[in-house]
Design a protein around this ligand. Structure first.
Ligand code: UDP
Ligand code: MG
Length: 325
């Protein structure tokens, strides 16, 4: 086995068969063997049925993992990594925005260049509105300033890496998974190549602006404690300003006999400082929330069905007809 390709699928009933055909055509001429690990992330449409049909058609290459509900793409990637048996592991979307032919080229590149552990694709040009593009650029700037690891702008999850890197990622069992950060954190030598993202074959994107914001926020909280330092700095600055103002008021009173300014100043200062304190508390609260969720030690996903795959890589594939858990 050479390549294990992980394909997270959430409501992709129109795409999975087309993806399989495209992948089979793209990998047909290559010398290496491959397995396609489809992870059905709790789809509510006929995705699982389509995947079961694919498994019946090609049980030697198709593996299917199905979740009990929607756990998110990050959880799907983690489940796929656990099931992957290949010397190389690739990640690709099911909607054909990322082409299997490009994946084949990326693997060839990795095979040719033993110095590299990972080949990752960067979107050459984002086919998005100006606002979204600006927001994403702003996010990369911000997280680069705050986090200890370097984030590659426009790098997607579309990548292929060696077994050693897959094992390193599997060691990171955190509940809140932010794969861009995880890839950067584990290190390894990564070659970035530019690629043109295609239009979605069918269906629509699962990302809303709200989801993108919470994902970005999650990334900052998972890979940086800088917001806590910002709260500390703001607290110190406002204390210093208050002290300077106090001295000025005392001098005014002693030299000119001016009374302490009245109501408006006090209300503004009270609101300003109250706001700062709440903001600081909120930031601390966000981190405590993450600690709370991690400390519950809940599994990252729950599996409902598996076809052709057994978790932990410790046994051969399940019986050819699959087994309900
Ligand atoms: N996906 C998933 N779980 C989710 C959302 C998305 O497994 O909760 C999968 C989806 O089926 C697709 C990939 O992740 O294969 C990328 O999703 P999408 O195309 O919606 O994202 P975009 O390409 O718009 O960034
Ligand atoms: Mg997509």
């Amino acid at each position: 086995m050479k390549l294990s390709l992980i394909i997270p699928c959430y409501n992709e009933q129109e795409n999975v068969c087309a993806f399989y055909d495209a992948a089979a055509a793209a990998f047909a001429q290559n010398a290496w063997s491959y397995e396609l690990i489809f992870v059905d992330d709790g789809s509510s449409d006929a995705t699982l049925r389509e995947l079961e049909a694919l498994y019946k058609k090609a049980p030697e290459t198709v593996r299917v993992i199905s979740f009990s509900r929607n756990f998110g793409k990050e959880a799907a990637i983690f489940a796929g990594l656990k099931a992957a048996k290949g010397d190389f592991v690739g990640l690709i979307d099911a909607d054909l925005q990322q082409r299997p032919e490009v994946m084949a080229g990326m693997l060839e590149l990795l095979l040719d260049e033993p110095d590299y552990d990972c080949v990752a694709a960067c979107q050459r040009e984002r086919k998005e509105g100006g606002l979204l593009r600006g927001l994403k650029k702003g996010f990369y700037r911000m997280i680069d300033c705050m986090a200890d690891v370097r984030f590659q702008e426009n790098a997607s999850d579309f990548r292929v890496f060696r077994r050693e890197m897959a094992d390193a990622i599997l060691q990171m069992g955190e509940y809140h998974r932010f794969s861009k950060g995880i890839f950067a954190w584990v290190g390894f030598r990564t070659k970035f190549i530019a690629y043109d993202v295609q239009e979605r074959a069918a269906g629509k994107t699962k990302w809303s602006l709200r989801k993108l914001f919470s994902y970005a926020f999650e990334g900052i909280l998972s890979f940086s404690t800088a917001p806590l330092h910002v709260a500390t700095m703001l607290g110190m600055c406002s204390s210093l300003a208050a002290f300077v103002y106090l001295i000025a008021v005392i001098i005014q009173k002693l030299t000119c006999g001016i009374d302490v300014p009245g109501y408006a100043t006090i209300v503004v200062l009270l609101l300003f400082l109250g706001g700062l304190q709440l903001m600081g508390l909120g930031i601390i609260g966000e981190y405590i929330g993450k600690i709370y969720e991690q400390s519950k030690n809940r599994p990252i996903y729950i599996m409902r069905r598996m076809l052709g795959v057994k978790e932990n890589n410790d046994a051969e594939a399940e019986a050819a007809d699959g087994k309900a858990l």
